[in-house]
Design a binder for this molecule. Structure first.
Ligand SMILES: [Zn+2]
Ligand SMILES: [Zn+2]
Length: 262
C-alpha cells in the first residue's frame, strides 16, 4: 500500500525541482531559510504562547517559575513585535548582502537531490558542537560587566522567559550570538542546504523550547536555560558541555568558597 503522504512528498519534490531549475542559488537559499525560520520558530513559539492563553490552569501547573514572575501580556505583545522587527531587519540585511555579492553565490551547496543520511548526521553533530563552543564564549563575553548593559541586558529583561523571548535581543546580539554560531560553521564547510535546513530547524525549535518556561520540555530540558534567565551567572551554553568543562553549570561558581573554620 502506498502511504497517504506520498502525494504531498511528490508535490514537494516537483516544487523543489522547478525552483532548482528556475531560480538563482541565492534566491533559493533566502526563501528556504525564511521558510525554515517560520516553520521551526514562529510556529512552535506561537503554540507555546497559545498554551498560556488557552489552558491557563495547565500552564500554571507546568511553568518552571512561579506565576508572579511571569511576563504580563503587555510585555509579551512588545516582545513579539520586537522579534518580528528583528526578523525583518535580518531579512533586509540578507537581501542586501545577496545583491552586493551576486545572486549566483550561495553560502551552502544547493543540489537537486537530498544529501546522504551520513552527510546529514555528520553536519548535524558538527553544527551542534561548533555552535555550543562558539555560543558559549560569545554569550559569556556579553555577560562581561563592561558590555552587559549595552547589549545583553535586553535579552535578560525576561527573567521568566517565554518562547518568543528566545529572539528578544539587541540587534548586535541577534547577529553575533543567534545567527553567526549557527550559520558560519556550516557555511565554512560548504554544507548542503538541506543539511543546514535540518540543523537550523532543530536549533530554532530548541531556542523556542529552551525559553518556553515549561517543565515538560525534556529534550533539551528547558530548566537549564530557564535557570540562566533566573540567576544570570550560570549555564551560558546550550548543551551543558561547555558549562561542565568550565564549571559554570552550578549557581555560585563565581563566589569564593567558604573555608570551614577549625
Ligand atoms: Zn535566553
Ligand atoms: Zn545571558
Amino acid at each position: 500500500m502506498i502511504p497517504p503522504w506520498t502525494q504531498y512528498t511528490d508535490q514537494l519534490d516537483q516544487l523543489w525541482a522547478e525552483a532548482y531549475s528556475k531560480y538563482p542559488p541565492s534566491v533559493i537559499e533566502f526563501v528556504f531559510t525564511i521558510s525554515v525560520q517560520i516553520l521551526a520558530f514562529w510556529v512552535p513559539a506561537t503554540i507555546y504562547l497559545s498554551i498560556d492563553l488557552l489552558f491557563p490552569v495547565f500552564s500554571r501547573r507546568h511553568k518552571i517559575q512561579s506565576e508572579r514572575r511571569q511576563p504580563s501580556w503587555r510585555q509579551i505583545r512588545h516582545c513579539v513585535g520586537y522579534v518580528g522587527l528583528n526578523e525583518v531587519i535580518g531579512a533586509v540585511i540578507q537581501v542586501l548582502l545577496r545583491y552586493i555579492f551576486g545572486l549566483n553565490k550561495s553560502l551552502f551547496v544547493i543540489t537537486r537531490d537530498f544529501p546522504s543520511l551520513s552527510t546529514i548526521v555528520f553536519d548535524f553533530i558538527y553544527g551542534l558542537l561548533a555552535r555550543e563552543i562558539s555560543f558559549y564564549y560569545i554569550h559569556r563575553a556579553f555577560h562581561h560587566p563592561r558590555i552587559y548593559g549595552y547589549i545583553h541586558k535586553k535579552h535578560h529583561k525576561f527573567t521568566a522567559p517565554m518562547a518568543f523571548s528566545a529572539q528578544y535581543a539587541h540587534l548586535v546580539e541577534h547577529i553575533a550570538a543567534n545567527m553567526i554560531p549557527i550559520v558560519v560553521p556550516l557555511a565554512l564547510r560548504r554544507a548542503n542546504l538541506f543539511s543546514f535546513g535540518i540543523f537550523v530547524a532543530f536549533e530554532l525549535w530548541e531556542a523556542a523550547a529552551d525559553h518556553s518556561g515549561y517543565d515538560f520540555v525534556k529534550l533539551p530540558p528547558a530548566q537549564i536555560h530557564d535557570l540562566h534567565h533566573e540567576k544570570f551567572r550560570v549555564n551560558y551554553g546550550t548543551l551543558g558541555i561547555m558549562d561542565w568543562i568550565h564549571g559554570t553549570d552550578v549557581v555560585g561558581w563565581d563566589k569564593p568558597k567558604k573555608v570551614p573554620v577549625e
